[in-house]
Design a binder for this molecule. Structure first.
Ligand code: ZN
Length: 586
């Protein structure tokens, strides 16, 4: 048994105190903290927040020797338990690490709990102590038995992997519950304004969960078919934030406080729509990536990057289904659904990186590219979320058009075959081949590995969707000419320049401050439309470092970007209308 005691003694100083007890330690006891957390593919080196590591065996102090940035060794004598004490500084407000102040706390065990080499497979117990008065604990971590008789806030996991996969929320939060598919679900909201519409959030979340359980296990699924006994949503609302991380029986979410539904306001704001999409996304991961997972994730190696070429499937397909579920259960209008899909289409279409990197390469390189974006990212990378979701959409449309079922069928086949064995690309291709024949499987293989645009236009047409281009006068200058801008405090600063764009042809560089257009000072680039004729050449004055440069901006040089909108085509034949309606409900 490995035991952790987490003391919440100094919340205002953002410090957790951790006591780790190793029974009957090896003579050479090696301890390590993960460098990453599954679901967020970047080496974060959580050990940088660990300090004051001390070890004792009985009354004898044992020296702690650092082996590398995240691993320590303690030489032990005899069988007495080894007790380690250390503190962890916790001031990261994201869902990926740990946070503590005098209002709330949150931690992933990957930030607080050292693993003991060779003992990862034994039971791991965790207890939370010195909880400030009035605070409570929310987590999907299984309580230690018997919960009623043992110390409060004690938990027991089968192994280190299970421990690592249960985030914990601490504080005074709102808590509600519901059942979906006969399984108990809990929803915890931290930081909410008092008059948020908790019952609406609870009811909408319940509908999403029920629909997804029915998707994977059938409409009359029994609770034992569902692969978890209890599920917990840990939602922290803040002034400005967004994010989520999936776990085997819970998810940690961050959203804007103002995006919670409000009592007496039955309309669905864009923000609330986004929050429902996030809930749908992370819950879908409970199946797609937490259980049906890349073969390479069969056993996580917490000490280094774990590479897979399949994030286009696990993140992209999940992104396709998140809004689609909202649409199917009536939580998203057709109009909003098409606008969201249109935004994804435009985002990918204006990513020159899709001609440089395939979605398989984007998945593999997530550790150093997707998670570490810079001003050149759009030119050399493509989002496996966005392009992966378009790939899912395209595959779904092609299956439907050929009369060979739907993507739902494919997902369920993969679940039944590979939920316990791990998934590789060949498994996906084999299942497509069986369901729809070799040509579609070959095409899919091409879409996964091609550094090229997906053939979306024919599929849009056969689904009764129209893609009129936006009038040039409506497209912002920045978008049209390939500029990423930051406009604040009266200054216009270039954050990125798209490859092949008019802005690149004019010699604009990331970091430039655009000062003036044709002799007039600009505080917002869009204002220049008042005095520059559409598509006419103009002279820009930019600040670059301490120098001022003149650039000739000629829209006839380079490629202009023309966003499209997505609309329903009218006058459809019966087959096309039925096909579109089966997919979109319209
Ligand atoms: Zn995701």
């Amino acid at each position: 048994m490995i035991q952790y005691r987490i003391d919440v003694a100094e919340p205002a100083a953002h410090r957790f105190q951790v006591t780790l007890t190793v029974e009957r330690p090896d003579a050479d006891c090696v301890l390590a903290l993960p460098v990453w957390i599954p679901g967020s593919y970047m080496v974060r080196e959580f050990s940088r927040h660990v300090s004051g590591l001390q070890a004792r065996q009985g009354s004898a102090q044992r020296p702690v020797v650092a082996l590398d940035k995240t691993t320590w060794r303690v030489a032990c004598t005899g069988r007495a338990a080894l007790v380690l004490r250390y503190e962890v500084y916790a001031f990261d407000p994201s869902v990926r690490c740990a946070y503590l102040d005098d209002e709330r706390g949150f931690f992933n065990p990957t930030s607080l709990c050292l693993s003991v080499r060779g003992r990862e497979g034994v039971p791991h117990a965790l207890r939370i102590a010195q909880l400030p008065r009035g605070w409570d604990v929310a987590t999907a971590m299984p309580p230690a038995e018997p919960a009623a008789h043992g110390p409060a806030h004690s938990y027991l996991c089968a192994d280190y992997d299970e421990l690592a996969d249960h985030p914990v929320e601490l504080g005074r939060f709102w808590r509600g519950s519901f059942e979906a598919g006969g399984v108990a679900h809990e929803l915890v909201v931290s930081g909410a304004w008092p008059r948020f519409d908790a019952q609406r959030l609870l009811a909408d979340t319940q509908r999403i969960c029920a629909a997804q359980i029915a998707f994977w296990h059938g409409a009359d699924a029994t609770p034992d078919a569902v692969p978890f006994e209890r599920y917990v949503f840990l939602l922290n609302v803040v002034e400005d934030g967004y994010g989520g991380l999936e776990h085997r029986a819970s998810t940690a979410l961050i959203a804007n406080r103002r995006d919670l539904p409000r009592q007496g306001q039955p309309e669905t704001s864009e923000g609330y729509q986004t929050l429902l999409g996030l809930i749908s996304h992370e819950y879908f991961h409970t199946w797609n990536v937490k259980r049906l997972k890349p073969l390479e994730f069969g056993r996580y190696d917490y000490s280094r990057e774990n590479y897979t070429e399949l994030l286009w499937f696990f993140e992209g397909f999940t992104s396709y289904y998140d809004d689609l579920f909202l649409r199917r259960i009536g939580l998203m209008s057709v109009d909003r659904y098409l606008r969201a899909l249109g935004r994804t289409l435009n985002a990918v279409a204006s990513t020159p990186g899709q001609r440089v990197q395939s979605v398989a390469e984007a998945s593999f390189d997530a550790w150093v590219k997707y998670y570490r974006p810079d001003e050149n990212s759009l030119n050399v990378t493509v989002s496996y979320y966005a392009k992966g979701s378009l790939l899912a959409w395209l595959l779904d449309m092609r299956l439907r058009t050929a009369g060979t079922g739907t993507l739902d069928d494919l997902m369920r086949t993969l679940w039944q075959r590979h939920a316990t064995t791990g998934l590789c690309e060949t498994d996906v291709l084999d299942a497509v081949r069986e369901q729809a024949g070799p040509p579609l499987a070959d095409e899919l293989a091409h879409w996964i590995h091609a550094r090229a645009e997906l053939p979306l236009a024919p599929a849009l047409a056969v689904m009764g969707l129209h893609t009129p281009t936006e009038a040039p006068t409506k497209t912002s200058w920045a978008t049209r000419w390939g500029l990423k801008l930051s406009e604040s405090g009266g200054s216009v600063v270039v954050k990125g320049v798209l490859r092949g764009s008019c802005a690149e042809a004019a010699g604009v560089s990331a970091g430039d401050e655009i000062l003036a257009v044709d002799g007039w000072r600009v505080r917002r680039l869009e204002d220049a439309r008042q005095w520059v004729a559409p598509d006419a050449a103009c002279e820009w004055l930019v600040g670059r470092g301490q120098r001022v440069r003149r650039l000739t901006f000629d829209p006839t040089q380079g490629t202009a970007i023309q966003p499209v909108s997505l609309t329903l085509q009218t006058g459809l034949d019966d087959t096309t209308r039925a096909r579109r309606s089966a997919w979109l409900g319209e």
